[in-house]
Design a protein around this ligand. Structure first.
Ligand code: 5GP
Length: 191
């Protein structure tokens, strides 16, 4: 494999709706050496999402086959019946380009990845300013049903309790400030 950045990787994790995807996009635009790690997922693509760019959308059977093949660094059933996972070959692909993978994954997955690469991982936890604000943001997306909002809010409360596991906690109150803090954190990590 080509020389690489010592196989560094960056994880952004947060409860759903805390703004981690927007901050991930900001970082990917800011730093050319970063590359988005495309997860495999079994949920339906949302409008505007592209297979092979946002996710590798695969069937539950295909996903289970990949689990058997030991193809994942980590995988989780993030929501009832919906699998999401980081493929080993996806990280290898990015490292072989001499780039640093950026993983936008849930809290449990983030803890598992971090355990496997403790020396080379920067993990950033994006914290919503409050549960009320998180609920407002999820409602504003207009892609969620009341049931899926309730599920995500319950999960968020649980996930926030794990925030101390991560290298850096950033409260996403004012988006521009959170981006600036994330940029500084990544700058320090890249050295
Ligand atoms: P969404 O369905 O909104 O795209 O994602 C739901 C949640 O799954 C988000 O918190 C997202 O970060 C997380 N997620 C996306 N890909 C992965 C993955 O590969 N592994 C894990 N553990 N979580 C993921």
């Amino acid at each position: 494999m080509a020389a690489n950045n010592n196989k560094k990787l960056i994880i952004l994790t947060a409860p759903s709706g805390a703004g981690k995807t927007s901050i991930t996009h900001f970082l990917l635009n800011k730093f050319s050496q970063l590359s988005f790690s495309i997860s495999a997922a079994t949920r339906q693509a949302r409008e505007g999402e592209v297979d092979g760019k946002d996710y590798h959308f695969i069937s539950v059977n295909e996903f289970r086959e990949e689990i058997k093949n030991d193809a994942f660094v980590e995988w989780e059933m993030v929501y009832e019946g919906k699998y999401y996972g980081t493929l080993k070959k996806e990280l290898q692909r990015i490292w072989s380009l001499n780039k640093i993978p950026v993983l936008d994954i849930d809290v449990k997955g983030a803890i598992h990845v971090q355990q496997q690469f403790p020396q080379t991982t920067l993990s950033i936890f994006i914290q919503p300013p409050s549960i009320e604000e998180l609920k407002k943001r999820l409602e504003a997306r207009k892609t969620e049903t009341p049931e899926s909002i309730a599920t995500r809010i319950n999960k968020a409360t649980y996930e926030i309790s794990f925030k101390q596991h991560f290298t850096k906690i950033i409260v996403n109150d004012v988006f521009e400030n959170a981006c600036k803090e994330a940029e500084e954190t990544v700058n320090n990590f890249l050295g």
